[in-house]
Design a protein around this ligand. Sequence first.
Ligand code: MSP
Length: 511
Amino acid sequence: MAHYYITTPIYYVNDAPHVGHAYCTVNADALARWHRLVGDETKFLTGTDEHGQKVADAAALNGVSPQEWTDRTSARFREAWDALDISYDDFIRTTEPRHYETVQRFLTAVYENGHIYKDVYHGLYCVSCEDYYTLESSDEGRCPIHGRALTEMQEENWFFRLSAFAEPLLRYYEEHPDFVTPETKRNEALAFIRGGLRDISITRTSIAWGIPVPWDDRHVFYVWYDALINYLTAIGYGREDDQTSTWWPVSHHLVGKEILRFHCVWWPAMCMAAGLDPVHHVQVHGWLLVGGQKLSKTMAAEGGVKLSDISPVVLTDEFGVDPIRYYLLRETSLGNDGDFSHEGITARYNTDLANNLGNLVARVTTIVATKCAGVGPAPQPGSELASAARQAVGAAAAAWDRFAPHAALEATWGLITATNAYLEQRAPWKMSPGDELDAVMGDALEAIRLVSVLATPAIPHVCATIWSRIGLEGAPGDETFADSAQWGRYRGVHPIVKGEPLFPRITVSDD
Ligand code: MSP
């Protein structure tokens, strides 16, 4: 059985979760669900990144200890993921003892392998990024991402000899052409490596909120240096419950484009330095933008949307869990930036969910209830819908496999459109009860069953509801995909439930 390990970045707990964080987590969740559906032994990890200056500052600003602040904010992430039905297998917090243990083991290995040395660091620091810039890489002394003035820092630090890993990294990229996807992001990482790598400072004495350096307790590790190791903490690296050989390195990190350098340059080099193979795949995604801007706390001050108004919990209350999940997965392909808007959600909801999927289910269940005595007939083996179904199944499966949920859903909705068109053409509502009507309705029910299977990683609640409305027991993911994706599994003689509209249309006012 194949193993599939997928991770999201761990989120900073300086502030509450927003829909940009949800974007990444929902995509990872759908991919994890897809792999469970095809029968892979799956582990899905998410969590919170709790050390560093930014979090310590947020705690101080709110008049509580860093630990209290991180407890409170980390819980808000869990709450958001519950609201979005996120099926994580593990939620890691970097303040947990297991993480301290793995980090210290990992970095001691790097140290003992001779890749860490002491020196004095001078640099320009951005607290929001928790990262250094040089004058050239800054925007005239300001952070190119946050626009804030950079702070001059000078401290005695331990350094990681990143510069020694340029050649091994380039070789790794050459030998693993799919290490970073999409290709534009791979090229970006390669250009960064080819541009020359400088050693990086990996410890701090200026703050105490971090993991102590085992060989020098005046220092704590720099937050990014401890954070990346979380992916190994969750699989027990260096501890008694070590499962590294099961889940590593054939794992997948899903990360936003601004943290590409950490995941595609630092992290593989760190692994090599510790004597471990780097992760096999990093999938980089773009940003969700509001009015062309990355989500930020300053948006509201500039007359834009208030982040708390578009928090995952508010949005799921307003539109429902599955519609938000669908929107986040369908609207933007992983890798590109996408626009987030209420109008966008409403349009997807009314068109794809209410008009296409909702109407199809309503239409079919109504006809079966009234003309087939409420019992779903079996499909025809050679139906013209069968070939549309086979095509949709193939395209959707391939898209899920290549980290393209938007394309998987597009293919799935292709089957919905084909089924609606088939009904238009055959007009069962004009037919009298009998074999011909049964054949058409059996085909439509089978197509609906397949749609529920294909869409279940994205919209699990609705798919389970549809499943029971067409008289099936359990849920769409109960059988392995290889079986359930075959045309003809709907055997007929299933009691149909009409039920309430799955997606009542949202009325859009003109003003
Ligand atoms: N703590 C680090 C990650 C450490 S991983 C070892 C961090 N945290 S973050 O909270 O700032 O961002 C986490 C993820 O959320 C990033 O992948 C980032 O791209 C994503 N997003 C934050 N805002 C986003 C959007 N507006 N749109 C899409 N994703 C966004 O970086």
